[in-house]
Each structure stands twice: as C-alpha cells, then as structure tokens.
Ligand binder design. Structure first.
Ligand code: PEP
Ligand code: MN
Length: 301
C-alpha cells in the first residue's frame, strides 16, 4: 500500500542529497564532514564538549560558569538568550542583553559560544554574537528559519525535533545545506515515547548515532541534559553516548556554591562542576584509549 507523504531511509538520496552519505561518495563509508567553530572541530575524531547554563540569567552566573566550563576541559560555552518556553508567562530569556553576556563570558574564558536562534527575524542579530547557531528541538521543522540560518553561513547545531523521524531530521538539515551551508552538526536530545516524563524527561535514542553516521556525512552530538532531565543520570548518559561513537556532547551546568541562586530554567538537569570534570576526563581518556578510526561501528543500513 502506498501512503501519501511516507518516506523511508531508501528515499534519503532524493530527499537530502547534500547531507546523505550515499550521494557524497567522497566521504567514503565512515568519514564525516569536519565542522569548524574557531579552533574547535566536530567530526575530526576527538569528541567536542560544550557546557554552560541552560539560560543566561545574569552577568555573574554566566561569567562564573564560563570559567568553570573552561577549567573543566570543555571546548565551547552554551547559554540561551531567547528561550522556547512552554508558557508565554515563563521567563523568556534576557534577549540581546543575554547575547552580550554570553559573548563576553566566552571571550573571557577563551571559548567559542553557541546559542539558540528562535525567530527568523533575529538570525542576523544572534549571528552577530554567536560563533554557532542552535536550532532548537521545537524549531527543527521551522523551514523559513532553516533557510535563513543556511544563508547566514555560520555553523549550525540542528537539534532533533522531539517527535521527528530520522528522515524528517535529515530533510531539515538539507534545508540548511541547500542554501550553501554544509557546516551542520546534528544533535540527538531525546524523543517523546510512552515513557517520557515518567522516569526521565525524554527517551535518549542512542541507536540513532550509528544510524546517522552510516546514512549522513554530518557529525552527530548528544544532549544528555534535555534527554534525561535528571542531573544524576547525565554522567551515565554521556558515557553511553560516547560509547555509541558520538562526535560530542552538549551539557547544562550550574554552580555548586551554596550561596548561589538555583537556575530559573532546567535546574533539575544541571550538573555540578565536579561531574562535568569527570565527564570531560572520561571523554579524553576514552578518546586516547581508542581513537575514532578504530571505533567506526559496523552498521550497514
Ligand atoms: C536548549 O538546548 O537550550 C534547548 C531548549 O534544548 P531543546 O531545543 O533540545 O529542547
Ligand atoms: Mn535547558
């Protein structure tokens, strides 16, 4: 039976020829496109660790967390200035002021910065401050936004829509690539399943990592913070993601100073500095023990 609109991975060469491995034979069966953000390289072998607050809430908080991220061995700083909140009455982020804070904190710590762009009208503004543009889960199928971000020519982190299939996700990546920008990193951040919200926020789909490596030339990172929503399991999720061969992690952190204010946004999934240090140490040790060439999973789809 033919069903209108149904696509399978056999359709990928037609849906997304620019990001599909089959239609890009120059990458062979396992090489990835290397996406550079300053000196940071995604897909070159060593996993990249991005860390920082869920949301830029103040100068003090962001400057402190940037230093912690750097001291813990992270490669990049994250932090939301425009936040996609479930309720319009919830804190929406500091906006342009948040971008300025993030930029200054990254510069002070010597880390490139990534932040989400939510609105097609603000792509240029966000790109003025950020080294990498993040498309959030809720915006993955916002096609005009993808086109505009593609035109900016700035590296993009494309998060998976929380209910998106692999084909829909790669179709979204193709919208960016079609504008001449193949500097795209994919990010698995958990999907909705029957158990989402029962014992974790979403269901972390690590199976998708080797599948994407087989089907696309783009690097793939994992967000264990939003995928779990539970700080105490972020470290295990990070280790698991690395074992599945991902090209990096993006992790939310908060200070463990007793006198500090709790984060307004996503406090329950923010890990403390010692946990981030353990994760980055694991990532580096694992990388030295078994470099990526030796760890390409056999995964023929
Ligand atoms: C985020 O990383 O700040 C975020 C909102 O994540 P997601 O889009 O995956 O929910
Ligand atoms: Mn968050």
């Amino acid at each position: 039976m033919k069903i209108a609109g149904r696509v399978t991975i056999d359709d990928l060469p037609r849906i997304c020829p620019l990001v599909c491995r089959q239609t890009n034979p120059q990458y062979g069966s396992d090489r990835r496109r290397v996406v550079e953000v300053g000196r940071v390289q995604f897909g070159a072998g060593s996993p990249v660790v991005i860390a920082g607050p869920c949301t830029v809430e103040s100068w003090e908080q962001t400057l402190e967390l940037a230093q912690i991220a750097k001291a813990s061995g992270a490669d990049m700083l994250r932090g939301g200035a425009f936040k996609p909140r479930t309720s319009p009455y919830d804190f929406q982020g500091l906006g342009v002021e948040g971008l300025k804070i993030l930029r200054a904190a990254g510069d002070q710590a010597g880390l490139p910065v990534i932040t989400e762009v939510l609105d097609v009208r603000l792509v240029e503004t966000v790109a003025r401050y950020a080294d990498m543009l993040q498309i959030g889960s809720r915006s993955m199928q916002s096609y005009p936004l993808l086109v505009e971000v593609g035109r900016m020519g700035r590296p993009v982190l494309l998060k998976r829509g929380m209910a998106a299939s692999l084909c829909e996700w790669l179709g979204a990546a193709e919208y960016i690539a079609k504008e001449g920008n193949l500097d795209i990193v994919l990010c698995e951040r958990g999907i909705k399943t029957h158990s989402s919200g029962e014992y974790s926020r979403f269901s972390l789909d690590l199976n998708v990592v080797p599948a994407l490596h087989s089907l696309t030339v783009l690097p793939v990172i994992v967000d264990p913070s939003h995928a779990t929503g539970v700080a105490s399991i972020v470290e295990s999720a990070s280790r698991g993601a690395i074992e599945f061969g991902c090209d990096g992690l993006i992790i939310e952190i908060a200070t463990d100073r007793l006198d500090a204010r709790r984060p307004v946004c996503d406090a329950d999934q923010a890990i403390d500095p010692p946990t981030l240090r353990r994760i980055t140490r694991f990532v580096r040790d694992r990388d030295e023990a078994a470099p990526v060439e030796a760890r390409v999973e056999e995964y023929a789809l």
